[in-house]
Design a protein. Sequence first.
Length: 286
Amino acid sequence: MQFILKILNNEKKIVVIVFLIEILNLSSLIQAKNLKRLQNKIAFVSNTSGNWELWVMDANGDNKRQLTYTPIDERSPSISTDGKKIVYTTNAGDIWIMDVMTKQTKKLNLELKNINHCRFSPDGKRIIFTVFHEPKMDDSNIWIVDINGVNLRKLVDQRDIQLYPDFHPNGKKIIYSSTIYAPFCVIWHDLWAINLDGTGAERILCNDAANIQAKWSPDGKKIVFASNKTGNMEIWLMDIESKKLKQLTYNPAYDASPCWSPDGEYICFISTDLPGSQTGILLENA
Ligand SMILES: [Ca+2]
Ligand SMILES: [Ca+2]
């Protein structure tokens, strides 16, 4: 395996670890046998083996391991807080849960189609996800279910598109993106939060931009998200109390899908800012 390590900006202590997807090789598969629990690991999907599959690697990019070998596409992996499970969706619109130690996978048999963007609750007992509604798929809502498939309910029921839900670290509310369509209007995504009991829906960011994939920091004081506010999708931070925004990336590329390290020190996100514009994963000091 080959890595490119470069310091983009010493002042901001931005360390970029870039890997080229096509040079992942089979040696990483051998190490997967001893994997029992994921701690300080990054879960991601890659089509390096010819099909979108679930992979994990160390936070520094070492020890890449392919976890699935299926003809369907795996998407949106989320690791449980205890590191023992990964929940993910597929292009068939289903939710699957993998036991990290045994590699056994189990599909949740829900009476729903077109599921995407799943995330574990902090206690690992529940899953939130997006459901797109047929036939037009121009309406979606946020649903929640226990990991054994019971207590399924719609948590967010707003008109038009709601997507990319994520739990607050206290497990009592979620954040998500929401769009209301209007004729002849540019489509933006605002950030909203709502309590798990369905009360307290609040729009927390509206800035004439597509603000997506928001994740609460482990201390609950900030959110990181992707936004095209500058005309290009970049990674941004928002302080919840002051609402102050901070742009973290200035790449002439597509930067998105941010997530926090468990200690809140680093943000991992995907970026196409690579030779040949392949998608990679970068780490940035928060
Ligand atoms: Ca697959
Ligand atoms: Ca909706």
